[in-house]
Design a protein around this ligand. Structure first.
Ligand SMILES: [Zn+2]
Length: 301
């Protein structure tokens, strides 16, 4: 991914409001559709990475970005397949992963998400005054939900609180590929949505479990990634992020134990063990992460 694409992908995070910046089509020779394996790939334009898979009869999509980019996606995916069975999974409720849902619903996609997602999405949309534009998942599940698509079995799994309290990993069994949603910010300081139910401790455990469920050949698709490291990777990338989150929590705990105040703790802007982490804005920065870690350790939730 080039730098311009990267900045556009992250534009929602820096905007801080529901007002989406106007869409500029990314004219690169390499996108926005990328193939991984078995007629499965990803689409990267603006917002969280979309995953897709087609068979003779089905299209399975993971996340919907924004209305405009969802339309671009829906136009382009016909090159790869146009099956009558159409399913959209939402990995979680954040605006850059679900704001294109309506465009998918209009093309008869069935939308599936963890049971906490619709309420979180409604709450977020009410705060932003965008409820009218939102389409919520009509099929929800508590622990896991599987569908068959051609020879492929696709399973959405919930592992507990992590980036939010409604994150799923979407596994494509035969293709040995998993879409992580925002459970991976690849070499970026992550958004940890504590108000949306996030738990750093839970997130660490999740990454360990999901890395163990894959093997050395598993491809993971990430919601966001730095320009250098991109939005796909392997289980080593999951364990690298686990190590970052462990460091975040341990560092904050030792600072608290030394008697430092919140204000002092959030002065640190980088860890020398993680030199490749990128901070595109204050919103995605180590001070923000430390602040959330501080709250998680101090508050009783
Ligand atoms: Zn998110």
């Amino acid at each position: 991914m080039n730098r311009k694409a990267f900045l556009q992908q992250l534009a929602w995070l820096t905007a801080g409001t529901a007002t989406a910046p106007s869409l500029i089509k990314i004219l690169t020779s390499e996108g926005p559709f990328y193939k991984i394996r078995n007629n499965l790939g990803y689409f990267s334009m603006r917002g969280g990475t979309i995953g897709w898979m087609t068979t003779g009869e089905s299209i399975v999509v993971v996340d919907s970005q924004y209305e405009e980019t969802a339309s671009e996606f829906l136009d382009g995916i016909t090159t790869y397949g146009s099956g009558p069975s159409r399913v959209l999974f939402n990995t979680h409720h954040h605006g850059d992963h679900v704001s294109g849902n309506r465009a998918f619903a209009n093309q008869s996609y069935r939308i599936i998400a963890h049971k906490n997602v619709p309420d979180l999405q409604r709450l977020q949309a009410e705060e932003r005054g965008t409820l009218d534009e939102m389409e919520l998942a009509e099929t929800t599940f508590e622990n896991q939900y599987s569908i068959s698509a051609g020879d492929e079995t696709v399973t959405a799994k919930y592992y507990g609180r992590a980036h939010t309290s409604g994150d799923s990993v979407i596994w494509f069994e035969n293709a040995n590929t998993a879409h992580m949603g925002d459970l991976i910010f690849n070499r970026l300081y992550p958004f940890i949505d504590r108000d949306g139910g996030a738990s750093i401790a839970g997130w660490i455990e999740l990454l360990e479990t999901v890395a163990a469920e894959g093997d050395s050949d598993t491809v993971y698709i990430f919601g966001h990634g730095s320009p250098e490291f991109g939005v796909t990777g392997n289980r080593e990338d999951l364990l690298y992020m686990r190590d970052f989150l462990s460091k975040l929590l341990e560092h904050t705990k030792s600072e608290i134990d030394e008697g430092k105040s919140r204000e002092e703790i959030i002065q640190t802007t980088s860890f020398e063990q993680f030199p490749d982490h990128v901070s595109p804005s204050d919103f995605l920065s180590l001070p923000r992460n430390l602040d959330v870690a501080y709250r998680e350790l101090k508050e009783d939730y």
